[in-house]
Design a protein around this ligand. Structure first.
Ligand SMILES: Nc1ncnc2c1ncn2[C@@H]1O[C@H](COP(=O)(O)OP(=O)(O)O)[C@@H](O)[C@H]1O
Ligand SMILES: [Mg+2]
Length: 239
């Protein structure tokens, strides 16, 4: 199986603070991979480094077999990020937000319209497509934000806490949208919701204070800890 991401001994320091402590991991192409950890564990820092927003202090990262340091521009063409903070233009409609991104990325007008039509369908955004983004609920805004990250047809998509602050129903809706992408796009998501990691991921890495304490499928993590659910396994790992 081809590897989308291979990380060796990645380290990120902010002054004397070690946010990411020599982590190593692999993400297989086409899979959904979750970084699971409490607030401050180092999830966002890891994503920022992998997407080139922040420079690693040390270590080696290869994305689709390209080196993060020397081939960042090539890597950026293959990846996109939906950040922890939703990034949408509040006064544009849902459709306009998507078309705006498509045009920034150089799609012709007719191609942009076609692309946006398809994404609106994939993400079931039809009922809100002419509404201004600022009038949408949190759940719809997150959905739009992720849809915007897909306009460029990335091979690798980073979702940083995609369901943060959403109610239970909106969260489930968003899980369904993410599941639809399975196999087409490699997805790295961060979350502190156990049921989210359990429901969506092919594999999970548990981050605790900047370190990866355990890795594997949900079943493997349960087996490793002798627990029968992910939450108990997480607690056993985190302690
Ligand atoms: N720009 C920064 N400067 C200093 N410390 C930071 C910065 N960003 C994150 N940190 C620290 O690094 C640690 C990991 O943070 P973060 O990656 O945001 O965790 P998570 O996303 O898992 O909640 C935390 O202790 C946080 O305070
Ligand atoms: Mg974070």
């Amino acid at each position: 199986m081809a590897q989308a991401i291979v990380i060796k001994n990645l380290r990120k320091e902010y002054g004397s603070k070690v946010a990411v402590k020599d982590i190593s991991l692999r993400v297989e192409e086409g899979k959904i991979f979750s970084l699971l950890g409490v607030n401050g564990a180092g999830k966002t820092t890891t994503i920022r480094v992998l997407t080139g927003l922040s420079r690693p202090t040390d270590g080696e990262v290869r994305i689709f077999d390209k080196d993060l340091k020397s081939e960042l521009q090539e890597i950026k063409k293959l990846c996109n990020l939906s950040p922890q903070e939703t990034a949408i233009a509040p006064n544009l409609t849902v459709k306009e937000n998507l078309e705006f991104i498509a045009e920034i990325y150089g799609f012709s007008r007719s191609k942009a319209i076609e692309k946006v039509r398809q994404i609106i369908e994939d993400f079931s955004l039809q009922e809100v497509e002419d509404n201004k983004a600022k009038t949408l609920s949190g759940g719809w805004q997150r959905r739009l934000s992720i849809a915007m990250a897909l306009v460029t047809e990335p091979k690798l998509l980073f979702l940083d806490e995609p369901t943060l602050g959403l109610d239970v129903l909106a969260r489930r809706e968003l899980w369904r949208s993410i599941e639809k992408l399975k196999g087409r796009v490699t997805i790295v998501l961060t979350t502190h919701y156990m049921e989210e990691a359990e429901s969506l991921s092919d594999s999970i890495a548990v981050m605790v204070k900047g370190e990866i304490k355990a890795q594997g499928s949900v079943e493997e993590l349960k087996l490793q800890t002798g627990k029968d659910n992910l939450e108990d396994a997480f607690i056993a790992i985190a302690e």
